[in-house]
Ligand binder design. Structure first.
Ligand code: GDP
Ligand code: MG
Length: 172
């Protein structure tokens, strides 16, 4: 049914890494309805529609105790953890967020995609693609590099999220 097909995807990461830019591209393309800081978007992937509720702007909320029921660490069906490839400290924060998520949602097999954004800024790169990939292996999640500015790999990111969600749903 409709309720089964709506998935809350929480976008996490340090301020300035490009969370709003990544979500924003998609919003314009799909003419998503804005409801506060959540954007609903329906993607047609492999011939099936799935609706994601993209939840952005968690920079303050993420510091809420993970015990509270409305903590971003608790409300997501799936997570996108973003760092900037030009900012090593944001990469370290991404690891901390992953650890925090694992602690909060231990028993659950939640889809998580680690995203290295701003690949267009070639000369300012501080985190290599190999490091990003290795981090995703350690933390048992998917990995993709994107450029919100060039709109490179952004569609692939959200389609990948839909496929991850379906894998869990279908019990594969
Ligand atoms: P947020 O704080 O994580 O939501 O980050 P924003 O989406 O607000 O982006 C912060 C700044 O980084 C803005 O000036 C964006 O234009 C810029 N930005 C975001 N994504 C990219 C990208 O892929 N490449 C470049 N060069 N700049 C980006
Ligand atoms: Mg933002």
């Amino acid at each position: 049914g409709v309720a089964d097909a709506l998935f809350r995807v929480v976008v996490l990461g340090d301020p300035g890494v490009g969370k709003s830019s990544l979500v924003g591209i998609f919003r314009r393309e799909q003419e998503i309805h804005e409801q506060q800081e959540m954007y609903e978007c329906t993607l047609s992937v492999d011939g099936e529609d799935t609706t994601l509720l993209l939840m952005d702007s968690w920079e303050c909320e993420v510091r809420k105790p993970t015990g509270s029921s409305d903590s971003p660490m608790r409300i997501g069906h799936a997570y996108i953890i973003v760092y900037s490839v030009t900012d090593r400290s944001s990469f370290e924060s991404a690891s901390e967020l992953r650890i925090q998520l694992r602690r909060t949602r231990q028993a659950e097999n939640i889809p998580i995609i680690l995203v290295g954004n701003k690949t267009d800024l070639v000369r300012s790169r501080e985190v290599s693609v190999e490091e990003g990939r290795a981090c995703a292996v350690v933390f048992d999640c998917k990995f993709i590099e994107t450029s919100a500015v060039l709109q490179h790999n952004v569609r692939e990111l959200f389609e990948g999220m839909v496929r991850q969600i379906r894998l869990r749903r279908d019990g594969a």
